[in-house]
Design a protein around this ligand. Structure first.
Ligand code: SP5
Ligand code: ZN
Length: 347
């Protein structure tokens, strides 16, 4: 399978996040990419560096002012104080509810809050370049599908599914799955389905397509009443306007095991098959793994081969976009198991 990988992903290297008042090492870090690279290499998969420019598709998904902020954020941070080169900024104020988000403040930290949903998404010197390369991979993957490929894997980081049209969050900056789905639409795929199997609800992807009937969003995830992203992902969110019934959330309780997870998986997969989309984008989060340090489902490494096989059984040309998965050492095996399960379904 064509697999995209950006060797420069290490330029986005979050150091800390916050947990119960303490600074802890960030779970989304470059070791994740390295373990995926090593496993792909060990199992004979060849990798391609993305070379298509995704700028136009990024602008179809994200607001101009958010893109401008993200592109220049590190330079703005350095402009405050050259010692900031060794510090990663976090927001500390947010325009909730009746506070104004129409006026972009001049203060950098205030801008960072305007464009963030949490304080768990550190910015680094290479953040823009790395998330942009992941968007390039998603767009190039769509081109490969248009050229007749059955499956393409974007082994990229950071993840993207929490990023909305104009905000970052949940370790995400640009929404690569949304950008890839949009490019498939641009290339003439009439209806695209996004299947999000990350442990967390993809609030950004849902929001981006909530009013649209040309891109369906279906997600299986930890119940947002107890799990991040907390404020979206409930079962009663079914789309609005043209998008009514084009959004499908299946929240599951903490401790869900593989038997129950696959039963729920099949409900979403059947719904997607009924829609008869012409292409599929999988938000491939692997934080459903039993040993994941921040999530609470109980899938094992063998289950990921079965997941790949079942995704293949849907029978659609498929772009896989790597999302979460924080048991870094197991992430490579788990991701490549999905890819090889998918390949086994049609070989
Ligand atoms: C893409 C993705 O999977 N994003 C997840 C973002 C989760 N951010 C909140 C992390 C909360 C970490 N809790 C630490 C529990 C340690 N036992
Ligand atoms: Zn996740």
């Amino acid at each position: 399978m064509i697999t995209f990988y950006d060797p420069q992903h290490t330029r986005h290297a979050p150091i800390f996040e916050f947990y119960r008042g303490a600074r802890v090492p960030c779970f989304e870090n470059p070791s994740r990419g390295q373990f995926v690279f090593d496993e792909l290499h060990a199992r004979g998969h060849s990798l391609r560096v993305p070379s298509v420019d995704s700028t136009a598709a990024i602008h179809q998904i994200h607001s101009a002012r958010y893109i401008d902020f993200l592109r220049t954020a590190w330079l703005q941070w350095l402009a405050l104080d050259s010692n900031n080169a060794h510090v990663q900024p976090f927001p500390s104020a947010w325009p909730v509810r009746n506070l104004r988000s129409d006026i972009e403040p001049q203060n950098f930290i205030a801008k960072l809050g305007l464009y963030s949903m949490d304080n768990g998404t550190p910015l680094d010197a290479g953040t823009w370049a790395v998330t942009k390369a992941a968007a390039d991979a998603a767009v190039e993957a769509a081109h490969c599908i248009a050229n007749g490929e059955r499956g393409v894997f974007c082994a990229t980081r950071p993840p993207g599914h929490h990023a909305g049209a104009d905000f970052m969050g949940g370790y995400c900056f640009l929404n690569h799955a949304a950008i890839g789905a949009q490019e498939l639409r641009n290339l003439g795929f009439a209806k695209v389905a996004i299947f999000d199997v990350d442990f967390h609800h993809g609030n950004g992807t849902q929001e981006i397509f909530y009013q649209r009937d040309d891109v369906f969003y279906g997600s299986l995830h930890g119940n947002p009443s107890t799990e991040y992203p907390f404020y979206l992902g409930h079962a009663d969110e079914v789309g609005v306007g043209n998008g009514l019934s084009c959004n499908f959330n299946l929240p599951l309780p903490a401790q869900t095991n593989a038997v129950d997870w696959f039963a729920a998986y099949q409900i979403v997969a059947n719904r997607i098959a009924q829609l008869k989309p012409s292409a599929l984008v999988v938000s491939l989060g692997l934080d459903t793994f039993i040993d994941d340090p921040i999530a609470k489902f109980k899938l094992t490494s063998d289950d990921y081969f079965e997941l790949g096989r079942r995704i293949g059984d849907i029978g659609l040309p498929t772009v896989f976009i790597l999302e979460g998965g924080y048991a870094a050492q197991a992430l490579g095996v788990n991701a490549v198991n999905v890819i090889e399960g998918f390949e086994a379904s049609y070989r």
